[in-house]
Ligand binder design. Sequence first.
Ligand code: F6R
Length: 612
Amino acid sequence: MCGIVGYTGHREAYPVIIKGLKRLEYRGYDSSGVALLNNGQLKVFRKKGKVAELEESVIGKDLQSHIGIGHTRWATHGEPSDRNAHPHQSQSGELAMIHNGIIENYTQIKQELLSKGYHFKSDTDTEVLLNFIEDIKKNNDCGLEEALRIALKRVVGAYCILLISNDDPDTIIAARKGSPLVIGIGKGEHFLASDASPIIEYTKEVVYVNDYEIAIVRPDELILKNLGNEKQTPFITKLDMELAAIEKGGYDHFMLKEIHEQPEAIFDCLRGRLLTQTGQIKMAGIENNLDAFINAPRIIIVACGTSWHAGLIAEYLIEELCRIPVEVEYASEFRYRNPVIHKGDVIIAISQSGETADTLVALESAKEKGAFIFGVVNAVGSSIARLSHAGAYTHSGPEIGVASTKAFTGQLAVLTMMALKIGYAKGAIKQPRYLQLMQDLEAVPEKVREILQDTSHIQRMAAKYKDATDFLFLGRGYNFPVALEGALKLKEISYIHAEGYPAAEMKHGPIALVDEKLPVVFVATKDSYYQKIVSNVQEIRARKGKVIAVATAGDMVIPGMSDDVMFVPDADEAIAPMLSVIPLQLLSYYTGLAKGLDVDKPRNLAKSVTVE
Ligand code: F6R
C-alpha cells in the first residue's frame, strides 16, 4: 500500500523517481507526487490520480535536481485529492516527507500540535508526523536525524518514511517499521524504494532495511542506525531478478502476461524440488523441520484474500495427505481474537507480497506466543519471509497486476509439495499415490499451457455476460476454494457482484437469487463429488439460471447441461485447482476488458496491503 521512491546521486532525480513510481503503482494509485531539492530549494508537485497525471501536470516546470523523493498513494487518512497527496511539507516549508503506513496515535499528536499553533493543510496522519518531527527539531535544537529518532519513539503504528530537508542538499533520511524499504547501492548514488522493481534497472546490490532502523543516505554513503543511535552493518543482498520480469513483454496488461506466465512459473517452482525420477521432494525448509510438522498437533494457516483461498486448498491437501488437523484463518481475525496456540502448533503463513500487514501482525503475535512459523512467500527478502522461522519461496517471479494469478498457482504448487513430503514422511500416504501425485504435479505446467493455447471462447463468453449484475460461483471439495477465487477475481476486475459458495450449500439460501438473469459458474471437473455436482447443476437449470461450467476435457454430461463450457485437462482432484482456476482468471480478465476497465489497477485496490 503506497509506493515510495527516493534518489540521491549524479543523475537527474525526477526521471528515476517517475519511472520508479510507475513500477510501484500496483501499490496504490489514488494520487502521486514528488519533492525535488535543488540548491537548497525544495519543490513539491502533487496530483490526484495516476502517475501519468502527475507527469502531465509538471510539463514545462523546472525539475532539475539530483535528489528527490516520490510517492504513489493508496488513501487511508483523507480522500484521494491533490492536498492529501504526498510529499507533504512541514509548516516552515523546510522539510518534505513521504510515508507508507498508518500512524495510529496521530489524533493525539495532532491535538498537541494544534495547541502549539500548527496548522494542517491535509487530512493525513503523515503531515502530523512531519510537523511533530519539525517541532521536536526546533524545541530540542537538534538535527533532523535526532528529531526523527525522538518522534519515532512516540509513534504507534506502521511506517516507512523518507525525509529531505532544504538545509541538507544531498541527504535522504529514511526509517521503517512494518512497511518495506529497500536501498539500492550504485556508484556514487543510492536508490530507495518500497520494493526492488524501481531499482533493478540501475543496480542489483540492495540492502533490505529492518524494522526500527534509520538510514542516512547520501550519494557516497549509507549509514544504518537503530533507534538507540547505534550503527548497524548494512547487509548487502544480490537481487536475483531481471528487468524483463517486471515489464509487460508485449502483453496489453500485466494480468494477462502473468496468467500466461503460469506454465513457466509453476515449472520454476517445481524445478529442483520435485524429483519424480527418484521419488524425492527436496525442500530444505521442510527437511530441516520435519519433526515439527510430523508431530504438529495442528497446523494453522494464516493468510488474506487469494492467498487465503490457497490456504483453504492446502487444508484439504494436508488433512487428506498428512492426516494433521488444519485450521485456515483470515489473518485479520486471527490476530485480534486472541487465538489459542498450543505448544507444537505450526503456523503456515501464505503471502505473495510478504508485506501484507494483517498477516505480518498476526505472525508477530503468534511468534511471541512461541509458535513455529513457516512462510510460503513469493517476494524474496520480504518482511514475512524474514519473520518466518523457515519457509519455501514460490518463485513465481514479480507479480505486478493487482489481481493475484500466477502467485496463486505457485502457492498451490508449493503447498502440494509440502503436503506430499510431510504425508509420505509421516507414513500417512502410501507410495503408489505419492508417486502418482508427484507425476500429476509435474504435468501441471504442460496442462496449463494447453488451457492457454486458445482462449478466444472465454473472451466471447465474457462479452456475452459482461452486463450481468451478479454471478454465483459454485464448487465442491477441492473446487470449492476455486469457486471462491473465481468470484473474488471477477468482482475485483469487473466490479460485478459475485459470490462463491460450496455447491451443496447453495440450497440453504443463495438459491433464492437464481433466475434467468443469473450466470452460475460451476467448477465441475471430474472428481469424487462429480455425481453430486451434476445434481446441483440440475437444481440451477430447473430454476432457469444460466450455467457456465469448468469441465474436464472429454466430459459429455456437464457440457450437455451447460450454456457455456471451459474445458481443462483431466487431473487428480488434489491437483485440479491449479488447472480449474485458469479459465476463471481469464473470464475475469476478459470481462473487465469488455467493460473497458483498468484491469491492472482496479479501483480502490492495491497490490500490497500494508495497512491493517
Ligand atoms: C486478490 C488479491 C488479494 C491478495 C491479498 C493478500 O487478487 O491479490 O486478495 O491475495 O491482499 O496478499 P498477499 O498474498 O500479498 O499477502
